[in-house]
Design a binder for this molecule. Structure first.
Ligand SMILES: [Fe+2]
Ligand SMILES: [Fe+2]
Length: 286
């Protein structure tokens, strides 16, 4: 699927161009499929907007590698789009951590209906199965679809976006996020270590993601009384927000406006800023 080396496959520019031609079509087809099959309904931490952010994160990673001389074949782009847009659909029926197998099954049904060739379908299903292994027992090369989609997913679990998503999915699983903090911190730490192991060589990207990981880590590890009070405020805000049956994370930003972040500005300003990157990417490609 992938050839590595200089001068083969597509340039970063050609990849971006191919993405901009393929993405609107697959996005539209996937969106309709979500609506027809009720995918991820009632799971706003993992709604269609999360899948879109992961798709743009995946593209960003692939473009960074292409800029460093890694060559991808053209069908890598289609695989990347479908794997990103379906990786968490398994949560529809399996709300636990091991939802990759179910997501692979759903993606295969979609790809069969769309006439996607078997080779691509197999690679997409493999990447979706792999993404929920947050212990990273299997090692895949940085340029593999499995590594790209898995780390692109992890990128969306850091920063203020990550804080809100960890809390929302914890509540959906019937857990108390405050008591579940150790598990959240272990999960975030494993994701971050894996990112640094696989993509640490891409200095600026790795540094930015470390900053975002530390925002999440500090929020959940803080033991001072003000930390606990603020965490409780955010958790209760998200609990109330879930009752309004939202379908994406953006609707949370207004509710969080009164909560002050680590950086002394409104928590929601930072969340909005992170989510805006997705909107900018979307405006570019859709
Ligand atoms: Fe997942
Ligand atoms: Fe995900």
């Amino acid at each position: 699927m992938i050839t590595q080396g200089l001068g083969q496959g597509m340039s970063a520019g050609a990849m971006a161009e191919l993405f901009s031609r393929q993405y609107p079509r697959y996005r539209e087809r996937a969106y309709l499929y979500y609506r027809n099959e009720d995918l991820c309904r009632g799971i706003p931490s993992h709604g269609f907007d999360h899948h879109e952010r992961v798709c743009f994160n995946s593209l960003n990673l692939a473009l960074l590698m292409a800029g460093r001389g890694v060559s991808f074949e053209s069908h890598f782009i289609i695989s990347l789009i479908i794997a990103s847009l379906f990786h968490d659909t398994g949560l529809t029926n399996v709300i636990g951590k091991m939802h990759g197998e179910e997501g692979a099954r759903i993606s295969l049904k979609f790809m069969e209906a769309e006439g996607v060739n078997e080779k691509i379908a197999g690679q997409v299903a493999e990447a979706i199965r792999y993404h929920d292994d947050k212990r990273y027992l299997e090692h895949h090369p940085p340029s593999s679809l499995a590594s790209v989609v898995s780390v692109a997913d992890d990128v969306d679990s850091f920063g203020y976006t990550g804080i809100c998503r960890h809390i929302a999915i914890s509540l959906k699983r019937g857990l108390d996020p405050e008591s579940d903090r150790d598990q959240i911190l272990i999960n975030a730490s494993l994701r971050h270590s894996n990112l640094q192991r696989v993509y640490g060589y891409m200095g600026e990207f790795a540094r930015q993601q470390r900053e975002r990981y530390l925002i999440t880590e500090r929020f959940f590890s803080g033991n001072r009384n003000p930390d606990r009070i603020r965490r409780r405020e955010v958790i209760e805000m998200i609990r109330g927000w879930l009752l309004s049956e939202p379908d994406n994370l953006y609707s949370l930003t207004n509710r969080l406006a009164g909560i002050i972040s680590d950086h002394k500005a409104s928590f929601s300003d930072y969340l909005r800023e992170e989510l805006a990157a997705n909107i900018t990417a979307k405006n570019k490609y859709v």
